[in-house]
Design a protein around this ligand. Structure first.
Ligand SMILES: [Mn+2]
Length: 142
């Protein structure tokens, strides 16, 4: 099982490869706001654990194990963003909130959240009902 920090790297490397076709140490460092030497260290660990293959002058590529996990991590991030959006969390809080919780949920919880997001999306009235509750709570707070 990858640690939270390893998950952040695999997720970011997966996104970079999807978007640009490659992931350079400098791009990863920039995306995660860390020093390139930290990236090199982590990339070596991820190589040792067979999430990717790293060759100093040829760059890095995810293994099929790394790709599979990367895809799930990106799905998890996007799903949690969807959830927070549906329940009305302010746009400006969504990214940081997801970064804060994504590593701490079981895949069971992720699957149940998937059901919940589907529940809301299948019938927009359900979102409207939720908004009514929120409106009531706001009115009571005044
Ligand atoms: Mn994330």
């Amino acid at each position: 099982m990858p640690t939270p920090s390893m998950e952040d790297y695999i997720e970011q490397i997966y996104i970079l490869i999807e978007e640009k076709g490659y992931a350079r140490v400098s791009d990863i460092a920039e995306a995660l706001s860390v020093h390139p030497s930290s990236v090199t260290k982590m990339v070596q660990k991820l190589d040792k654990d067979q999430y990717l293959v790293y060759e100093k002058y040829r760059g890095l590529d995810l293994t099929s194990k790394g790709k599979k996990i990367g895809q799930r991590l990106v799905y998890r991030h996007e799903l949690l963003e969807q959830l927070l959006k549906i329940i009305g969390v302010k746009e400006e809080n969504i990214y940081q909130d997801v970064e804060g919780i994504e590593h701490h949920l079981s895949w069971d919880a992720i699957d149940r959240i998937g059901d919940l997001v589907q529940y809301f999306e299948e019938d927009r009235n359900r979102i409207e009902d939720l908004k009514e509750v929120q409106q009531k709570n706001e009115d009571n707070d005044e």
